[in-house]
Design a binder for this molecule. Structure first.
Ligand SMILES: Cc1cc2nc3c(=O)[nH]c(=O)nc-3n(C[C@H](O)[C@H](O)[C@H](O)COP(=O)(O)OP(=O)(O)OC[C@H]3O[C@@H](n4cnc5c(N)ncnc54)[C@H](O)[C@@H]3O)c2cc1C
Length: 429
């Protein structure tokens, strides 16, 4: 069994990784280039890491291997523009010529079946092998499904890929009865898109309220009311049990007629390859601030990676656009001996109807301060701890969020924050 390395930030890890690199000749048999990096997963994290490796001066081969047939793209557009606009086509991160221009070998529509550390090669489902000197796992997550709905007589969908979004868009016709199981952020974006398409929407949520872990009560209540005003019906404290005769049957025995069921109950990290390599995969592939796993020369980034959170005092995966973007860039720089690792506070946004909500940092266990009037539809909830700003949620207030992110972990004056006419930029100086 491999000796477990303690995965905590400790300094730039480049020297350590290179020293511990195997000089396995089988990789050289397959490929002459001994500084080859293979990235598995051509989603946002994999793509941004490939770009950043080149930008930071990596000279060796970079292979970006992904099982989706599309050029790498960002997923937030799937539950927003793509669902809302029938004419909209998902945008790619780069065109094929752009990838050629930075000399990244794209291998798309290709599933990586296994990774072999002794041969230092990934084995593809079509039988090919690609050798690597270092390996980056960017395999993301898979949407959770509900096995009790297998064989349903109603279309049951999840939303993760371009295909999922295009097929949902087809089902969103005026009058269609859409039932969402799960009132999470993506589910609520889907609800708002379905309403805009003229559908009748019901959201079934097992908890007694919306987004209790992600948002303070005041923001969650505001959001729920906006959905109700738009026509969404909520069923709290129940779950989907089965389907029969075109209905979803709930755990309390009641039935909801449905033309389509969308399951939005979160996602599971895709750790099959990590497990195969014997990595610590408890709740995601565990990595340090440089994305290093406990196997020399093997890294993980994006949704699949779990990093130690000082604030939460636990290993945490962060499923956000910003994490996929910035962690990947930081890890890529670290791989070529640059940068200071990754330790940004979480930040995400959601767009529903005309509402933009942004969440930064940590709000749990903090003293909440309200800034602005909820009825105006433009306000913020700020989390303080011992006079320091730990987290913030803004509703339709991008300007404040831009400053609040800079104020994070700084001492702040509560009275200033509570005063919506106080210019937050003054707190920065
Ligand atoms: C519908 C939707 C809306 C979102 N909206 C927002 C938002 O508004 N704001 C926000 O902050 N975040 C949002 N997110 C989250 C954000 O998009 C993710 O955090 C981000 O996509 C993670 O990127 P990733 O590269 O780590 O994973 P992914 O994007 O999941 O990419 C992983 C890739 O690896 C591939 N793969 C896995 N295993 C293999 C294998 N064995 N061989 C080959 N390929 C493999 C997968 O097919 C996939 O293409 C949204 C996500 C979704 C699904």
């Amino acid at each position: 069994m491999r000796t477990q390395r303690r995965l905590r930030p400790a300094g730039n890890g480049q020297t350590e990784v290179r020293k511990s690199m195997r000089t396995d000749s089988s990789a050289a048999d397959l490929h002459a280039d001994d500084d080859a990096i293979v990235i598995v997963g051509a989603g946002q994290a994999g793509a941004r890491a490939a770009e950043a490796l080149r930008a930071a001066g990596h000279k060796g081969r970079i292979a970006l291997v992904g099982e989706e047939a599309h050029l790498p793209y960002e997923r937030p557009q799937l539950s927003k523009e793509v669902l809302l606009d029938r004419a909209s086509l998902p945008a790619s991160i780069k065109e094929r010529t752009g990838w050629q221009g930075i000399d990244v070998d794209l291998d798309l529509g290709t599933h990586v079946a296994s990774c072999n550390l002794d041969r230092r090669a990934v084995e593809l489902a079509d039988g090919r092998r690609i050798a690597f000197n270092r390996l980056v796992l960017a395999t993301g997550v898979a949407a959770r499904e509900l096995p009790q709905l297998d064989g349903a007589d109603i279309p049951v969908r999840t939303l993760r890929t371009i295909e999922d979004a295009l097929s949902l868009r087809e089902l969103f016709r005026p009058g269609a009865r859409i039932v969402l199981i799960g009132g999470g952020v993506i589910g609520l974006e889907v609800a708002s898109a379905a309403i805009k398409s003229g559908c009748a929407v019901t959201v079934v949520e097992a908890a007694e309220g919306l987004l209790s872990r992600a948002l303070p009560r005041v923001v969650a209540d505001y959001l729920q009311k906006r959905h109700e005003d738009a026509g969404v019906q909520f069923r709290f404290g129940v779950s989907g049990r089965a389907t029969a005769d075109g209905h979803l049957i709930l755990s309390d025995g009641s039935r909801i007629p449905a033309d389509c069921i969308v399951v939005g109950i979160g996602a599971e990290p895709r750790v099959v390859l990590g497990r195969q390599l014997g990595l610590d995969c408890d709740g995601g592939i565990r990595v340090d601030a440089w994305g290093r796993s406990d196997a020399p020369g093997v890294y993980a980034i994006g949704d699949v990676a779990a990093q130690w959170s000082e604030h939460q005092q636990r290993w945490a995966r962060v499923e956000t656009w910003a994490n996929a973007q910035n962690q990947s860039i930081a890890v890529a720089r670290g791989m070529v001996g640059q940068g200071a690792g990754y330790g940004e506070a979480p930040w995400f946004w959601t767009d529903q109807y005309d509402i933009n909500i942004q969440v930064a940092g940590e709000l749990s266990g903090t003293d909440l301060v309200l800034r602005g009037d909820v009825r105006s539809g433009r306000f913020a909830a700020l989390g303080l701890q011992d006079g320091t700003l730990c987290g913030a949620v803004t509703v339709n207030n991008r300007k404040d969020m831009a400053v609040l992110r800079k104020l994070a972990t700084r001492p702040v004056n509560r009275a200033d924050l509570e005063n919506p006419s106080f210019d937050l930029r003054k707190a920065l100086v």
